[in-house]
Design a protein around this ligand. Structure first.
Ligand SMILES: *Cc1c(COP(=O)(O)O)cnc(C)c1O
Length: 373
């Protein structure tokens, strides 16, 4: 017999925990009720989204719409890109680094020490050589250290992982400066991947737009779908140069599709969620969504400063960084903390009332004045 009480308890906990959710970059303002019918089908986007397999219960058309939307948003050159909906940003990073390694098996991966933990793990899985680069105070890669480090390994192809929004402070590594370094050192063979899990969409609408997209020289870009867009199932989108995907493509006669993705069976529901939001909002709606977050973030900055809380944020970021807080507060608001900082991420569902309530909690605990560094 189904343990209904147990299920109910779980659902109640889910509801409560979704309430005060300020520290993780996850949107929870979605309503996919219209897609409920899809739960009745074993959707599986087996293989390559652009090559329909003999398995007919799939959402490949929607997946193609989704990747086309992001290829356009990230200014990929017509007919020269490829992409798919992944299980999340981590898989997108793995896939992109896989393509980079297949292109340059003797390459060295350079990434800043503010990079997401999935990158280090993926480097380990792929068994490629790598060097961590210092990051600046704001989380952005230290260009001098990058220049110096690459210069001592000039014979090896360069694989760059650039952050378009670091996990803690949403810092963006500037492709213009990175490419200038490669040019200065006369590096001929390089691959640039942008980990844009949270902030790719945000920065695509920034004016002036930071240099990070395919037209700016990225060979691949990865975003998470459950972060800025919002999805009940973790997912992501990865856009790559088609030539690099062609290098690894294998025809599989069993499925009738091409084996161009990390997993064989793939989630067919998440492309439908992403498609639904993109189709409903369009580019304009997405832009408004970004602007709303910027507005909340500047509100949070202003209010924290008014209350004497030492806070800062990067340009175009929706993440406001402030000193670590006592456990009651980090537990209540689910704030992620790293040594010297914690942060609130002003996702679309975060309200000014929630920001006010958080600030009151901080003030109540008398933790207003923290030494920075
Ligand atoms: C969230 C995040 C990831 C990982 O994405 P998942 O979707 O959680 O797998 C990678 N890089 C950055 C910068 C992130 O913020």
């Amino acid at each position: 017999m189904l343990d209904k009480a147990r299920l109910d308890r779980m659902i109640t906990r889910m509801r409560d925990n979704t309430e005060n959710f300020l520290g993780y970059p996850v949107s929870k303002d979605f309503d996919y009720a219209e897609l409920a019918e899809l739960l009745n089908y074993p959707l599986n986007n087996l293989g390559d989204p652009f090559v329909d397999s003999t398995y007919g219960v799939h959402s490949n058309e929607m997946e193609r719409d989704v990747v086309t939307f992001f290829a356009d948003l990230f200014r990929a050159k017509k007919d020269s890109w490829w992409g798919y909906v992944t299980n999340g940003g981590s898989e997108g990073n793995l896939y992109s680094l896989y393509l980079a390694r297949e292109k340059y098996p003797k390459g060295i991966v350079y990434y800043s020490d503010s990079t997401h933990y999935s990158v280090r793990k993926n480097i380990h899985v792929l068994d490629v050589e790598s060097i961590a680069i210092k990051s600046q105070h704001n989380g952005e890669i230290d260009y001098d250290d990058l220049h110096q480090t690459i210069s001592t390994h000039r014979n090896s192809p360069v694989i760059i992982v650039a952050n378009v929004g670091t996990t803690m402070s949403e810092a963006v590594d500037d492709l213009k400066q990175i490419k200038a370094i490669l040019k200065d050192l006369a590096i001929q063979h390089y691959y640039i991947h942008c980990d844009a899990a949270l902030s790719g969409i945000i920065n695509a609408f920034a004016k002036p737009k930071p240099c990070f997209d395919m037209s700016d020289g990225a060979d691949s870009i990865t975003i998470s779908g459950h972060k800025f867009i919002g999805s009940p199932i973790p997912c992501g989108v990865t856009i790559v140069n088609k030539a690099n995907r062609d290098r690894i493509a294998l025809a599989i006669s069993y499925t009738g599709s091409l084996d161009t993705t990390i997993t064989g069976s793939r989630n067919g529901h998440s492309p439908a969620f992403l498609w639904y939001t993109i189709n409903k909002m369009g580019k304009e709606g997405l832009q408004k969504r970004v602007e709303g977050c910027w507005d909340t973030a500047s509100y949070a900055m202003d209010e924290m400063q008014k209350h004497g809380i030492q806070c800062w944020k990067n340009k175009n970021a929706i993440t406001v960084v402030f000193p670590p807080q006592p456990e009651e507060i980090t537990q209540k608001w689910q704030l992620a903390t790293e040594e010297s900082m914690t942060h609130v991420i002003c996702m679309p569902n975060v309200t000014k009332e929630q920001i006010d309530a958080l600030i009151l909690d901080i003030a109540d605990h008398g933790n207003k004045y923290f030494p920075v560094d």
